[in-house]
Design a protein around this ligand. Sequence first.
Ligand SMILES: NC(=O)c1ccc[n+]([C@@H]2O[C@H](COP(=O)([O-])OP(=O)(O)OC[C@H]3O[C@@H](n4cnc5c(N)ncnc54)[C@H](OP(=O)(O)O)[C@@H]3O)[C@@H](O)[C@H]2O)c1
Length: 268
Amino acid sequence: MGAEIPRVTLNNGVAMPVLGLGVWQLRDGAEAETAVRWALDAGYRLFDTAKMYGNERSVGRAIRASGIPREDIFVTTKIWPSDFFNPEAAFERSLAKLDLGYIDLYLIHHPVDFIPGFRALRRRVWQLLEKKYESKRTRAIGISNYTIAQIRSVLAEGSIPPAVNQVRFNPFDYKKDLLAFCKTKNIAVESYSPLTRARRLNHPTIRKVAEAHARSSAQVLIRWALQHGTIVIPKSARRERIVENARVFDFELTPGEMVALDSLTHST
Ligand SMILES: NC(=O)c1ccc[n+]([C@@H]2O[C@H](COP(=O)([O-])OP(=O)(O)OC[C@H]3O[C@@H](n4cnc5c(N)ncnc54)[C@H](OP(=O)(O)O)[C@@H]3O)[C@@H](O)[C@H]2O)c1
């Protein structure tokens, strides 16, 4: 059993673990179920799925089978744009597939500015999320891939502010302004693709920092995102990496290392 992962309090008072398992690309069935079980054993309590990932059923099944009290677990799922025309049915389908009684965080997966009439659609979808929150079917609601301008419109048009904005966030995509804006609005930023989808783990700056701490590049990237105050959801299908990715609460990057990593956004 891994050590307890700290939690952050969202703007509605709900506590959310600062580190979780992303499950995109884990195949529905044995692969997803096993990864979730390994993660639970390693101390993970946050799981990030989506209708689009096609593995909500497996995530729910592994959690139920664990016997861990439901209230200790935090499950995020998301509505995909193709369901924007019938968000009620999409929500109910996700809830039924997970079969965990309620959802912890329900996100609009993408703002889709390319769909005709998207503004009115997005407003309607957000209203549905507010309704589900008010009826306690989900403990928090939020957005994903939203820019500052798009967040402003949710805040202006809705009656409940988003608790979370989940965006790609790693040293090669350091969204400094978005992070600062979300902080002023008390919206938590959640980092997806924190490991650069494993594409940049051998970058010399990351390697150097990793060597200085006798840690892996993945652990350094997770620390970087945590030290920026974000919630981090690395994905892995391998037990040893799932364990490794959670061992990030016993070391700290220096301010100089943070600056060096921040500056990778402008490098190639
Ligand atoms: N909201 C959105 O639009 C959106 C978009 C993308 C992702 N997400 C969420 O964010 C989660 C994470 O992002 P991601 O899946 O794009 O990428 P990621 O977590 O940055 O990287 C995952 C990749 O890193 C590898 N990996 C994991 N741990 C490692 C380690 N310790 N050492 C070396 N390689 C390691 C994995 O391989 P193995 O599996 O083989 O270990 C996989 O190839 C997703 O699963 C999903 O939940 C959300």
